[in-house]
Design a protein around this ligand. Structure first.
Ligand SMILES: *Cc1c(COP(=O)(O)O)cnc(C)c1O
Length: 380
């Protein structure tokens, strides 16, 4: 099956053996009748498995070319499950400009449990190798990064991870499997905040892990069930519904993204635009090689790096909503320094480029003309 077909049918055979419902029913139940103790039809208790969630987990596995999918109550719950593979004393190498919540989970929770994190700019993939020692157990990659849109060479990092027998996890939230499939490039685990593009309608918070290897998947399933950060059947249904239109939504996000990135780059009041589709982007060639297109996430800085100008723009926007999050059908604008990345200390933030005048756009699937007109009136 090819990607568009997988988005609709992947893992969806035999979903409702009872009545043949074409769409998976919402099994709003915690428990399942047993004919005799242990004599059940594959489901016992909905923390362990629920048919609606199972349908979604199979769909996750299918679209990322994995063998196993796991759905969680949020993206951070999914990351938390991966971290529970580790023990005190273990070390992790992670992308330096991480999603703010991931940074907080690593440094404020898991550092306290004795896990050491090396935050490394991985645009030069070989830099990763110098941080590896016998305690290194995991490399955590985000690409494109949030919000600086840096691109990391997944294949190169995977080669280093394999050589040293270290697990590689890729947060594929920004790219989605429409643009890149990290398991195909050598990653062991793909993680998603399904809250974003996979759900696609800004109405569900959810996380996902996708794995190829059975032993690793078994360990993560054990953690999912033992720790219990699962998602409910109603949310599973909604994300499964969202997945079916992922390819056509992504296509439009990319088309609109390109139009808006090019518009901003020409604008006299804009200093800099971060978007991997520009030939001038430092890792444009890697983006071109590992991604099918360049996505709908764009960051930009106003001329003169003036905080007040940036705030005025985000307040003036009418079609773009000033809000956290990304990846929905509707366009959103955010101010990372005061919103998504406020939990990162100012000096740390500025070191990686998150200045006070940086604005991040999640370009939706509206008409590009309307989005451009909105930016035009807001920037003035
Ligand atoms: C939103 C996000 C997360 C966290 O996911 P939640 O669903 O909000 O818990 C992790 N990584 C990236 C890149 C994100 O954008």
């Amino acid at each position: 099956m090819k990607f568009n077909t997988k988005a609709i049918h992947g893992g969806q055979h035999d979903i409702d053996p009872a009545y043949g419902a074409v769409m998976p029913p919402i099994y709003q139940t915690t428990t399942y009748a047993q004919a005799t103790p242990g004599g059940h039809k594959g489901f016992e208790y909905s923390r362990s498995a629920n048919p609606t969630r199972t349908a979604l987990e199979r769909a996750f596995a299918s679209i990322e070319n994995g063998n196993y999918g796991l759905a969680f109550g949020s993206g951070l719950a999914a990351i938390d499950a991966v971290m529970k593979l580790l023990k005190p004393g273990d070390e992790v190498i992670a992308t330096s400009d991480l999603y703010g919540g991931t940074y907080r989970l690593f440094t404020k929770i898991f550092e306290g449990f004795g896990i050491k994190f090396h935050l490394v700019g991985m645009e030069n993939a070989t830099a990763v190798e110098s941080y590896i020692n016998t305690k290194t157990k995991l490399i955590w990659v985000e690409t494109p990064t949030n919000p600086m849109m840096n691109i990391i060479d997944i294949k190169k990092v995977a080669t280093i991870a394999k050589k040293h027998k270290v697990l590689l996890a890729v947060d594929n939230t920004f790219a989605t499997p429409y643009l890149q499939q990290p398991l195909e490039m050598g990653a062991d685990i793909v993680m998603h905040s399904a809250t974003k593009y996979l759900g696609g309608h800004s109405d569900v918070v959810m996380g996902a892990l996708i794995i190829k290897d059975k032993k690793l998947a078994d360990k993560l399933y054990f953690i999912q069930n033992a720790s219990g950060a699962i998602c409910g059947p109603q949310d599973s249904f909604l994300v499964l519904r969202g997945l079916k239109t992922l390819p056509i939504r992504m296509q439009r996000h990319c088309e609109n993204g390109k139009i808006i990135a090019e518009y901003l780059a020409m604008h006299p009041k804009i200093e800099k635009v971060y978007w991997p589709g520009f030939e001038s982007h430092p890792n444009h060639n890697i983006a071109k090689e590992q991604m099918k297109d360049f996505g709908g996430m764009i960051s930009f800085v106003t001329k003169g790096n003036n905080y007040k100008d940036a705030i005025k723009i985000v307040e003036n926007l009418k079609i773009f909503t000033l809000a956290e999050s990304l990846g929905g059908v509707e366009s959103l604008a955010g101010h990372p320094a005061s919103m998504t990345h406020a939990s990162i200390p100012k000096e740390e933030r500025e070191k990686i480029g998150i200045v006070d005048a940086l604005i991040r756009l999640s370009v939706g699937i509206e008409d590009a003309d309307d989005l451009i007109a909105d930016l035009k009136q807001a920037i003035g």
